[in-house]
Design a protein around this ligand. Structure first.
Ligand code: SF4
Length: 285
C-alpha cells in the first residue's frame, strides 16, 4: 500500500494559502452580489411607491395604498395574491367596494355572501370560490381580534416576525404570503418594525435568480420531500445567512430581476439586467 509522505511545511502552507484565497474570492463575489441586490432594493424603498402591479392613477391603487383609512384593503389584497397576477389580487378590494357601495369596515362585516360573490366573479380570480370563503373570514378575524382595525396587525413596537405570525393566522395565508405582506409593509410603506425581521418570501423567480447569481447551489433530487420544497427551505436559510438583519430584504430585488430579465423559458436578458456585470450566470448556457 502506498502511503503518501507528509507534506513539508512550505508545501502545506502554499496549499492552505491557495484554498483560503479561493474561498476569500468566492466570498467577496457573493458579497458584491448581495450588496448590489441591497442597493437595488433600496431604490425601491426610496420610491415608497406602494403595492406594485396597478396603475398608480387608478382608484383601485389608491384604495389598497390607503393604510390609514382602509388597512383591511391591504390585508384582503395580500390574501388574494395567490395563483393570479398581482393586479387581479390588488384590484379585488376596489371591486368589492363597487359592489358593496363603500369599503367601511362595518359594511364589510355585514356584507351578504351574494355581494362577495358578485365582486369575485367580476375579478376573474382563478380561485374565486375559495376566496369567497377566505375574504369574509379575514374580515371576521379583524373584527374579533383587532376590534375592526387591521392596522393593529402591524402595531407600533411589533417585531417583523410577530407581524408575519399574525398574518399567518388568517386562513389561506402561508409562509410566503405572510412574509411577503410584512416585507411590503416595511419596504413600500415605510412601516418601522423591530427585529427579528421577516424571512424572504420564496417563489419561482426568487429560486431561479438565487441559483443563477451563485447564491445557492441547485438541488438535483430529494427523496423525502419534493426537491422544490427542500430548495425553498435551503433558500430561506441562505437568505438568513446572507442578510441576517433582514432576510426579506433580498426578496423584492430577486423577484423583480426574475420577472423582468432573468426569464425561465426565454433566454435571460443579461445585457439589460442590473446584475449583468457581476453575475456568474450559473446554469445559463
Ligand atoms: S445577469 Fe443574466 S443570469 Fe444573471 S441574474 Fe441577470 S438575467 Fe439572470
Amino acid at each position: 500500500m502506498f502511503i503518501r509522505p507528509p507534506l513539508k511545511t512550505g508545501a502545506r502552507n502554499r496549499i492552505l494559502v491557495s484554498v483560503t484565497s479561493e474561498l476569500t474570492s468566492a466570498d467577496s463575489q457573493i458579497d458584491r452580489v448581495v450588496s448590489r441586490l441591497r442597493r437595488f432594493g433600496q431604490d425601491s424603498r426610496d420610491r415608497k411607491g406602494g403595492v406594485s402591479g396597478l396603475d398608480p392613477r387608478s382608484a383601485a391603487y389608491a384604495l389598497v395604498n390607503d393604510l390609514n383609512r382602509f388597512p383591511h384593503a391591504f390585508v384582503l389584497g395580500c390574501i388574494a395574491d395567490r395563483q393570479v397576477k398581482a393586479d387581479v389580487a390588488w384590484r379585488l378590494p376596489h371591486l368589492i367596494r363597487e359592489e358593496a357601495g363603500d369599503f367601511e369596515f362595518k359594511t364589510l362585516v355585514e356584507l351578504p355572501e351574494s355581494v362577495w360573490s358578485a365582486a369575485l366573479k367580476r375579478s376573474g380570480h382563478r380561485l374565486a370560490t375559495m376566496m369567497g370563503g377566505l375574504l369574509p373570514a379575514a374580515i371576521q378575524l379583524i373584527a374579533n381580534r383587532y376590534g375592526g382595525d387591521a392596522k393593529r396587525v402591524w402595531a407600533a413596537g411589533s417585531s417583523g416576525a410577530a407581524v408575519a405570525r399574525r398574518f399567518l393566522a388568517f386562513d389561506g395565508v402561508g409562509p410566503k404570503i405572510s412574509n411577503m405582506a410584512v416585507n411590503i409593509l416595511i419596504r413600500n410603506f415605510g412601516v418601522s418594525l423591530a427585529p427579528p425581521m421577516p424571512d424572504i418570501a420564496v417563489d419561482t423567480h426568487v429560486r431561479r435568480v438565487f441559483v443563477r447569481l451563485g447564491l445557492l447551489r441547485p438541488l438535483d433530487h430529494s427523496r423525502l420531500r419534493s426537491t422544490r420544497a427542500k430548495q425553498k427551505l435551503r433558500l430561506q436559510l441562505r437568505a438568513r445567512e446572507l442578510s441576517p438583519d433582514w432576510p426579506g430584504e433580498l426578496d423584492w430585488p430577486t423577484y423583480h430581476i426574475g420577472r423582468k430579465w432573468c426569464h425561465a423559458r426565454l433566454a435571460p436578458n443579461c445585457r439589460e439586467c442590473r446584475m449583468g456585470d457581476i453575475c456568474p450566470r450559473i446554469g445559463v448556457s
